[in-house]
Write a protein that binds this ligand. Sequence first.
Ligand code: NAD
Ligand code: WQD
Length: 335
Amino acid sequence: MKVLVTGGAGYIGSHTVVLLIEAGYEVLVFDNFCNSSRESIRRVEKIVNQEITVIEGDIRNRDDLRNVFEKYAISTVIHFAGLKAVGESVEKPLKYYDTNVNGSAVLFEVMAEHNCKSIIFSSSATVYGDPHTTPILENFPLFVTNPYGRSKLMVEEILRDIYVSDNEWKIVLLRYFNPVGAHESGTIGENPNGIPNNLMPFIAQTAVGKREILSVFGDDYDTKDGTGVRDYIHVVDLSRGHVQALERISSFRDPMTINLGTGTGYSVLEMIKAFEKVSEKKVPYKIVPRRAGDIATCFADPSYAKKVLDWEATKTIDEMCKDSWHWQSKNPNGY
Ligand code: NAD
Ligand code: WQD
């Protein structure tokens, strides 16, 4: 069975490609490398000991996609390609709507043209906004506060509309919580451009000496120690969720919306402490004011994923930190 992985050279995509190949799927990677490099794929090839077909192309370009669907009989698309920086999306909303929404719509159109109607889409816990309570269930109200989040919600809605118009479509919407960690080999991992926006790469770069000090955004939230609480999930657990979804997608009738999280929330200070323990490095930090748009607490109720995907996260916070550190210390400058 041929699976097209858009954004397969990126952070979550590359880890998922490893697991898909290990599970016996034939994988095609489609990426324009705007936030990744061919080196991640070369490293994936080393891990799985086989060559991977990579197509350089843009999801916004019909012809790029048509060429792929004409050449290969693709049964399912796992759609990671997109832009993901929340702050940048506020500055450049049209760039986000163009890539994330228009690009996705072009992809779905070309899929339909070629009678490929099976898709797993990367959505995000950001669609829940500031939840009224935690843990977060899939049926909680949706509320988005920035163009990035809105683009994810729009694509979810586009896919639900597509299903209403043609119920042959098989659709899985996976809402990720906070992916961290790296492959145990330490050869692939998260490789942010410039100053990291997210906590874990910032911690790792501080521990390795690339950054002087971590700013902790606020210690006056209503949480266990005043710092923000999130559901950090190991990227390999997250990737495994995609393999489970792929194995079941043809048996699903309606579009499925599924949280992929661990169900446990850790604070910023707990993350720093866990990272210091496994890396045996000091992570200097200072408390600074809250970051605009942040919420106090966000963690999943992952029981639906357990029920319908027979999936649950198994990796601990120590493993997340250990693997992030392994990747960061082996590759201080990324790929
Ligand atoms: P990433 O940036 O590492 O990977 C995205 C990949 O898509 C990159 O390789 C990039 O080059 C490619 N891409 C971007 N625009 C493209 C285009 N127009 N055409 C073809 N390829 C294009 O990001 P990631 O962390 O691996 O995230 C993957 C997906 O998961 C994204 O859709 C993201 O929004 C979503 N997501 C990520 C997180 C997170 O915290 N990392 C959380 C929730 C959801
Ligand atoms: C985690 C915690 C910060 C950096 C974002 C997106 C979300 C999803 C995942 C894509 C918070 C604190 C962070 C730092 C800090 N991405 N922090 N100092 O904000 O939960 O989610 O990434 O879909 O859409 O919004 O993740 O890693 O940025 O922050 O104190 O330098 O760490 O305040 O409490 P977030 P994050």
